[in-house]
Design a protein. Structure first.
Length: 341
């Protein structure tokens, strides 16, 4: 008999509940699954709930996570690591499945190096976890972003405006480039490929002189060449050292209007991309990840992370998933550039 704990850390995203359901449904009859509430915060505080088939009935249809989440890092909390380890021992946890992005999985990798039996499941709507083709939640976020840009096309055209649409993407512009490409944005700005303000204005001025409206998709982590740092609240830093991003769309809208005289507006999609019902793709991917994670536990194959390679769910060493950020390659961005202006 095994007692297997699950936690979900970092930002919520569509498909998390599908993973939880997949893990619970794939357990052996004699095994128990324990949910840790509020991510690593719950691990430090020892807040657990039992998870049965009835508890996960139909949850794959829901956004968010029934376990709750947080951005707590036990390695920066006073006695956090010792408290978490004591709680695992007291609860007689045999193995942990950690579901999260780079920050959550980096903590999981550290605990693994200390001897905890850990399996990782990659989770981020940004799709920037390395060595996996897709992370669940990304597909839903792209669909929501593309739908929003679709809707803004008509109002931009009606009022002959430039609309700046801000989407999530701290270090990688996957959501912005795919949503923008799908919806026909006239300019896409992502962190991987900085541009000067003059370059942005040149593209938009040419567009406005012929079409008289434009929609720009911009990732929250995009930084014009002239700026030293990204736009955001630099006084607010989370447990992993990240500032709270936001405001680049408003910044660009103001400066473009000042320099060109064109009427501009900005829209921040923000957490709208995270919420709501996951797409069928994300429900299935999350389910497959959950089932394979439980299989790794049952085989005793710890210190590994599930990943998507083509259409196959594989496993890789946990540290491979957090080694680097998966960013948008130049060739892919060049494809999007074909449709600028």
């Amino acid at each position: 008999m095994l007692r297997i704990a699950i936690l979900t850390g970092g930002g919520d995203c569509p498909g998390l509940n599908a993973v939880i359901r997949g893990i619970v449904k794939a357990r052996r009859e004699e095994d128990e699954v324990i949910g840790i509430k509020r991510g690593w915060k719950g691990a430090v505080e020892g807040v657990y709930v039992n998870l049965s088939d009835d508890d996960v009935e139909g949850i794959h249809l829901l956004g968010g996570t029934i376990l709750g989440t947080s951005r707590v890092n036990p390695f920066t909390v006073k006695n956090g690591v010792e408290k978490a380890e004591n709680n695992f021992r007291n609860a007689k946890i045999d193995a942990l499945i950690a579901i999260g992005g780079d920050d959550t999985l980096s903590v999981a990798a550290k605990f693994s190096s200390k001897g905890l039996k850990v399996v990782g499941v990659p989770k981020t709507i940004d799709n920037d976890v390395s060595n996996t083709d897709y992370t669940f939640g990304f597909h839903t976020a792209v669909n929501v972003g593309a739908d929003a840009i679709d809707r803004l096309q008509s109002t931009a055209k009606s009022h002959e405006r430039i609309m700046f649409v801000e989407l999530m993407g701290r270090d990688a512009g996957w959501i912005t480039v795919e949503a923008g490409l799908a919806a026909g944005a006239h300019l896409i700005l992502i962190p991987e490929f900085p541009r000067t303000i003059d370059e942005i204005i040149e593209i938009l001025d040419k567009r406005m002189k012929t079409k008289r409206y434009a929609v720009v998709a911009v990732a929250e982590g995009f930084k014009p060449t002239e700026l030293e740092t990204v736009v955001g609240d630099k006084t607010t830093v989370d447990a992993f050292g990240h500032i709270r991003l936001g405001g680049i769309a408003h910044y660009l809208a103001e400066i473009v209007e000042q320099k060109t005289g064109y009427e501009t507006r900005s829209v921040v999609l923000g957490h709208l991309l995270r919420g709501g019902t996951p797409t069928a793709f994300d429900r299935i991917l999350g389910t497959r990840y959950g089932v394979e994670a439980m299989k790794l536990v049952q085989r005793g194959d710890f210190g590994r992370m599930v990943a998507l390679r083509g259409n196959e769910i594989i496993s890789i060493p946990l540290e491979y998933g957090v080694a680097t950020k998966k960013v948008v390659p130049y060739e892919y961005y060049k494809l999007a550039e074909m449709f600028f202006g």
